[in-house]
Design a protein around this ligand. Sequence first.
Ligand SMILES: Nc1ncnc2c1ncn2[C@@H]1O[C@H](COP(=O)(O)OP(=O)(O)OP(=O)(O)O)[C@@H](O)[C@H]1O
Ligand SMILES: [Mg+2]
Length: 1107
Amino acid sequence: MAKMEVKTSLLDDMIGVGDMVLLEPLNEDSFINNLKKRFDHNEVYTYIGSVVISINPYRSLPIYTPEKVEEYRNRNFYELSPHIFALSDEAYRSLRDQDKDQCILITGESGAGKTEASKLVMSYVAAVCGKGAEVNQVKEQLLQSNPVLEAFGNAKTVRNDNSSRFGKYMDIEFDFKGDPLGGVISNYLLEKSRVVKQPRGERNFHIFYQILSGASEEFLCKLKLERDFSRYNYLGLDSARVNGVDDASNFRTVRNAMQIVGFMDHETQSVFEVVAAVLKLGNIEFKPESRANGLDESKIKDKNELKEICELTGIDQSVLERAFSFRTVEAKQEKVSTTLNVAQAYYARDALAKNLYSRLFSWLVTRINESIKAQTKVRKKVMGVLDIYGFEIFEDNSFEQFIINYCNEKLQQIFIELTLKEEQEEYIREGIEWTHIEYFNNAIICDLIENNQTGILAMLDEECLRPGTVTDDTFLEKLNQVCATHQHFESRMSKCSRFLNDTSLPHSCFRIQHYAGKVLYQVEGFVDKNNDLLYRDLSQAMWKANHSLIKALFPEGNPAKINLKRPPTAGSQFKASVATLMKNLQTKNPNYIRCIKPNDKKAAHIFNEALVCHQIRYLGLLENVRVRRAGYAFRQPYEPCLERYKMLCKQTWPHWRGPARAGVEVLFNELRIPEEEFSFGRSKIFIRNPRTLFKLEDLRKQRLEDLATLIGKIYRGWKCRTRFLLMKKCQVVIASWYRRYAQQKKYQKIKSSAITVQSYIRGWKARKLLRELKHLKRCNEAATVIAAYWHGTQARRELRRLKDDARNKHAIAVIWAFWLGYKVRREYRKFFRANAGRKIYEFTLQRLMQKYFLEMKNKMPSLSPIDKNWPARPYLFLDSTHKELKRIFHLWRCKKYRDQFTDQQKLIYEEKLEASELFKDKKALYPASVGQPFQGAYLEISENPKYKKLKDAVDEKIIIAEVVNKINRANGKAASRIFLLTKNNVLLADQKSGTIKSEVPLGDVTKVSMSSQNDGFFAVHLKEGSEAASKGDFLLSSDHLIEMATKLYRTTLSQTKQKLNIEISDEFLVQFKQDKVCVKFIQGSQKNGNIPTCKRKNNRLLEVAVP
Ligand SMILES: Nc1ncnc2c1ncn2[C@@H]1O[C@H](COP(=O)(O)OP(=O)(O)OP(=O)(O)O)[C@@H](O)[C@H]1O
Ligand SMILES: [Mg+2]
C-alpha cells in the first residue's frame, strides 16, 4: 500500500534520513551509519540541505532512465528522494525562471564520481531544456565534447580507471527561454608528466592506447605506428589493457565525437599526427660521445625513429637533431651554444614530448570552444559545471599534488563562504535573528600558499627567477626561513623544534596541514616543474615544422618574435587561473555535489567506513550539517507544511480556508509545540530541532493510520449496504422471472392437450372423406381407359388409310419428273458439248496464273541489286514469263537503288562505270580497284604548305594529285614525281621541291598504254612534233592506275571531245627521244614480293617482270 503512495516529500519512505540535517543525534558515527544504511539500499544520494552527497555505487543503477528524468522534471527539491536530477532541475529552473546564473561545483577525491556526476547533470539539463533541430545540434556538440576531452585528458590510475588528469570548468549558455546556445570550456593544468612516465600500475593518456588498438592498419601505417604497445617506451605496460575498457571501440567513439563537434578531416589527421609524434619521441635514445676538449656530448643512437618523426611532422631532420644536441642561450645580442650531455638530451626530449602534448590538449579545448561557442550576441544565462581534480594524497606528493590541493583549498573556502552566506541571507530574508556559527575557516591555509609576499608559490617563483644556483634544496631552505612559524607548515629543517625529531618527516620534504588532512610534499622537482622550461632551440625547431598545427603550437619559436623575458611560471599561471575561476564562481548561485568514494577497490556493494569517514572529515560535511542546523534544523514553506500536517488539527482538516501561515500557526498551537522549538519566517516555518519534526511525522503517521481506519470503516459500511441493496433488487427480479416461467409452462401443457384432441377428430374426418374420394376417382379412371382404347383403334385405322393414299401420289410425281428430265437432256446435249472445253481451259489457266502470282508475291527476293536469288519456275509453260519477270524486277530494284544516290555518288558511279567499260576483263588489276573509292586528290596540294609553290603555279582545278614513279629509260629505275591532272593539262613535278618538270596539254596526249596484267605501269604517248614530245613519252607507274587512266580518259573526252586511245597489251612501244623502245611484260618470280621490277635489256627492250 505504502509503495503505491504518490510521493510529496522526501520524508516519505525514507531510508535512514534523506537530509542529514534531520540526523538525530548528530555525530560522525550516526552520519556514516546513515550513509551506509542508504548505500546498502541503493540510495546513493543524500542531502545536507541543498547540498547533494553522492556515493559512487561502482555499478549502473536504474535511476538515470528517461522515466526518472520525467519524474524529477518540474518537481520541488524536497518533493522526491534525494537525487542529482533534483539538484540539476532546481538549478536549471532557477536559471530559466529567476534569471540567476548557476554554477555546479562537484568535488571529491579521485574516483569519487565527479566526472560521471558532471555528465549526469549535463544530460539531465539536455533532456529537459528546449527541443528543435538547432537546439539538438548544440546539445549534441556540448555532450560530445566529453568523449574527446576524456580520451586526451583522462588516464587509468590506481584510484580510477578513467581518472581526469586535468581540471575542467564548462559554462553552458542559455537564451531567455532556457534553450541552450553553446558553451565555453576552461581547462586547468593537465598532468603532462604522465606523457613520459607513469607510476606503477597506471597508464598513459587513453588516446595512445586507443589509437594503437582502434586505428586501421592503413591509418597506422600513415602515422608510421605499429600496433604493438611494447614498441613504445612512453607506454606503461604493466596495465596496458584495462578490464571492461574497449580501447578500439572507444577510438571509434572519439573519432565520431570529433566529427560531431566539428573537427575537419585534416584537423583530426593533424591531431593524430602530433599524438604519433609524441609517442615516437619516447623511442629516441642517446649515447654519450666525448669530444676532444673534454666536453660531454650526446648522440642519437638510431636515427630511424627521428627520421620518421621528421617525415610525419615536416621538420628538417638536421634541425631537430641539432636541437637535441645543443642548447643556445641568448643574452642581449650574444648567442652561446653549449652541447647537451646524455641526461640533458633526455631531459630535452621529455620536455618536448610533454610540451607538445599539453599544448595539443589546450589547442583541442580552444578548437572545441570555437565549435560550441554561442552563435548569437543576445544576453545569455549561464550554468557552469566544475569538475576539478579532487584532493590527492599519494605516497610521493610532488608539485602537481601541491597545485591540485591548493585548488581544493580554494574551493573549500568558497564552499564555506557561500554556504554560510546563503544561510545568513535566508535568515535575513525570512526575518529571523542570525546567530553566529563557529567553523574552521581555511583562509589561513590559502594564505600560506598564495600570499603574494610570503606564500609558498611566491617563494617558489622568487627562487626560480633568482640568479645564481637554484635547486630544490635552496627553495626548501627559503621556505623553512619564511614559513617556519606558520601553524599549518611543518618541516624538519624549520627552526621550530617541534619537528626536529619527527622521523615521519624526511629532510627533503615539507608538510602542509590542509583542511582535508596533512600532506607531505617531496620538494624534488618543484623548481623544474614550476619553471616548465623548453629549450628555445626545440621551440624554434618546432616552429620551423612544415605542419600547420605544430607550428601554431609553438608561436614563441618564431625568431621574429623572440622574447627574452621569461614566460610566467606554472605556479603563477595556475594561481591566476584559479583566482579568475573563484571570481567567476562568486558571481553565480552555487549548487554543490560532494562525491564520496565508498572503497579503494573500485568495487560495488563495499562500504569502507574508515575511508568514508576520512572523506567526510576533510570535506567538512559534519560541519556543513552543523552550520545548516546552527539556527534551525528544518525549514519548509507554509503551503507544503500545512498540506502535510493539516490532518493533525480539527480546524485545518480537511480544508483550511485562509492564509497558509495562519493555518500553520493554528496547527502548531493546537499541537502545543513549545514556542522555542519553532519560528515563523516570512514564507517558511523554521523548526529548531529534528526531534520536533519527527514528532510531527509520528503524529502524522498515527493520524494517517486513524484516518485510514476511519476511511476503512466507512468504506466497508458503504460496501455492505451497496451489496445488500443489490441483492434485494436481484431477489425481486429472480422472483418475477420464476413466476412468469411457471405460468408459461402451465399454459404450454393445456395448449398441447387441446391440440392432441383436435388432431384426433380431424384425422378421423379426413380418413372418411379420403375413402369416398378414392372410390370416385377409381370410377373416373376406368371410364377414361375404356374411351382411350376406343379412340386409339379408330385413329390407327384412319392412319393406315391416309398412308396408302400418300404413297400412291408420290410414286406418280417421281415417275413424271424422271420423264421430264429425260426429255430435257435429250434436247440440250448437243449445245453443251460445243462450249464446255474452251471454258474449262480458260478457267483452269486463269486459276493457275492467279496461283502463280500469289506464290511469287510471297517468295520475292530482297531489294539488293546483287542478290542473285530468284524463285524456281513452277510450270514449264511460264518459262519465258518467269525470266521476263526476273529481268523487270531486277531493273526495277536497280532503279530503286540508283534513286537513293546523291549527285556526288552518281558522279563516282559514273566514273566507276566508265572504268568498268574500259578495263573489265581486259586488265587483271581492274577487279582490285572496284572496291577502292576514287579520291583523285591524294596529295592535299592546297593545304600542305610544302606544296605552296606548286599550288601557286597551277591555277586550275586539280583533278588528280598523286605521287607516281617515273621510270628512267636508261636503266629502268624509278623516281618519284607528283602527277597532276587538271582540266587542260597533265603535269609532272618534283616531289620534294614541287617544281614543275613537264606540262602537257591534254590535246597532246595521244594514247595511254598498259599491260593486261596486275601491275601499275602505263605509258603516256604524246603527239609527235608537239613541244612536250621532245623528251619522249612518259613511262610511269602508279598505285591508282585504273583511277588515273579513267580520269584521264574522261577529262580528255570532255575537253577535246575525242576519245583517248587506251591500249592494253603486254608489249608496246614507247618513244624515247629519237628511239622507240619496246616495253615487254613477262611473268616474273615473287622475289621482291608483289612489286614488279623493270630492267633495261638492250637498246630496244625494257622488260617488266610482273609477279
Ligand atoms: N553514478 C554512478 N553510477 C555508476 N558508476 C559510477 C557513478 N559514478 C562513478 N561511477 C564509476 O566510478 C568511476 C570513476 O568515476 P569518475 O571518473 O567520475 O571519478 P572522478 O571523481 O571524476 O575521478 P578523477 O578525479 O580521478 O577524475 C567511473 O568510471 C564509473 O565506473
Ligand atoms: Mg574525473
